[in-house]
Design a binder for this molecule. Structure first.
Ligand SMILES: Cc1cc2nc3c(=O)[nH]c(=O)nc-3n(C[C@H](O)[C@H](O)[C@H](O)COP(=O)(O)O)c2cc1C
Ligand SMILES: O=C(O)C(=O)c1ccccc1
Length: 391
């Protein structure tokens, strides 16, 4: 069914391809990507990306919580012309979606972060670069041209390294800062532990550090001469579990753009974020990779949205796989969602083209689900569009 909507046109493009006998290289049901990655990638990287904390139940709970909400479609409301755009952190985005920070992409595909960033830029979708990327932030910025980019901070024990990261990120055109606060240390992750697999130990995911003057100043010898010492130094200053609320003043002083706290699940933490002058929060349990047994992200969303009021923008991640997941998160009050594992899987399976496929599928499915539910804009969604499935 042809439409004049740029997002849903992927649907038509795929069907037209069928005339020439072509089918998509990857599944269009993005929940199927994980199974493919499990079969095709080496066990270390697969365990790292697909694995979670503890017995994995939190990652499953994220999916189940989204699944318990059901959309109640409305009919006979003009949905012929849709506008998916939303205002996020002072910018107009073409759709309520961004790629979230996923570190160390080189273990999944040699194209790594530049490939993912280019795919995002090609679709006008913001890309969030992890502090723990396998490519220096300046190189990623260059790969994506004018594309909207955000920088995710792992808040180092070393103030000078943090200060340096912030000034480099600003100079390289990253417009917003996402400070991840649910990972002051890595959780107990049995899939990685059972394989004794941690990418850092092999010196990947350290590109921003090994290219940083403040970091390098702390080394006795150049990285090339003593890589092991450099990795040890990195592991020692990577994060700081001693940080508390007053420390946020340091970030405010050293970053003049929007600041978003990632990993907020409690309404009181949202209120404190607003009191501290933050601009937004990401409701997230890190895809179930941090607190085993954590509340599902979607179950925490309404409480945080209520606490945020109009003082904070609320973004959402953890468990988003389909267009209807995006509709549900927006109906529950999120301004936009961050995509995590699905784009990493797309990259692992087909590089930059795989990330573009994932983005196009998700956006097309979102557009169609929104329209078929009776909405022409994300802003008209509300909790009244959902019902909770009976237990
Ligand atoms: C392999 C992997 C690496 C990640 N690295 C980071 C990171 O460097 N910084 C960060 O804030 N979040 C990181 N995350 C968490 C994501 O940003 C996001 O919160 C999570 O993937 C959402 O859950 P989902 O993938 O199940 O949707 C990572 C997630 C995965 C799967
Ligand atoms: O693995 C993760 O979930 C993660 O956030 C991370 C932490 C340190 C480095 C790279 C990624």
């Amino acid at each position: 069914m042809p439409t004049n909507q740029p997002w849903a046109d992927y649907q038509y493009e795929i069907y037209l391809g069928g005339l020439a006998g072509a089918v998509p290289r990857l599944p269009t049901d993005l929940t199927r990507l994980e199974g493919l990655v499990e079969r095709r990638l080496p066990p270390g990287p697969v365990g790292y990306v697909a694995g979670s904390a503890g017995d994995g139940s939190t990652a499953r709970a994220n999916r189940a919580a989204l699944g318990r909400w059901r959309i109640v479609p409305r009919i006979l409301r003009d949905v012929g012309e849709r506008d998916l755009s939303v205002e996020v952190l002072g910018r107009r985005l073409p759709a309520p979606l961004a790629l979230g920070p996923v570190g160390i992409l080189t273990i999944l595909h040699p194209g790594a972060e530049p490939a993912a960033a280019r795919a995002a830029a090609a679709r006008g979708v913001p890309y969030t670069l992890s502090s723990a990327s396998s490519t220096p932030m300046e190189e990623v910025a260059e790969a994506m041209g004018d594309g909207e980019r955000w920088f995710q901070l792992y808040w180092s024990r070393d103030r000078e390294v943090t200060r340096s990261f912030l000034s480099r990120a600003r100079a390289a055109g990253y417009s917003a800062l996402f400070v991840t606060l649910d990972t002051p240390m890595l959780a107990w992750r049995p899939r990685d532990l059972d394989q004794a697999y941690l990418p850092f130990v092999h010196g990947v995911g350290t590109a921003n550090y090994f290219s940083d003057p403040a970091f390098l100043a702390g080394l006795a010898k150049p990285v090339a001469e003593d890589r092991e010492a450099a990795v040890r130094h990195f592991l020692g200053l990577f994060s700081d579990p001693g940080r508390t609320w007053p420390d946020l003043a340091f970030l405010r002083e050293n970053w003049d753009g929007p600041i978003v706290l990632k990993g907020v699940l409690h309404p009181d933490d949202a209120r404190r974020a607003a009191d501290a002058g933050m601009d937004g929060v990401v409701v997230s349990n890190h895809g179930g990779r941090q607190v085993a047994g954590s509340v599902a992200a979607a179950d925490a969303l309404p409480g945080v949205v209520a606490a945020a009021g109009d003082r904070l923008e609320v973004l959402f991640d953890s468990g988003v796989r389909t267009g209807d997941d995006v509709v549900k998160a927006l109906a529950l009050g999120a301004r936009a969602v961050l995509l995590g594992r699905p784009y990493a899987y797309g990259l692992a399976l087909d590089g930059e083209a795989g990330v573009e496929h994932v983005l196009r599928c998700l956006l097309a499915e979102f557009d169609l689900t929104l329209a078929l539910s009776g909405h022409a804009r994300p802003g008209s969604l509300s909790p009244a569009d959902l019902v909770r499935e009976a237990a």
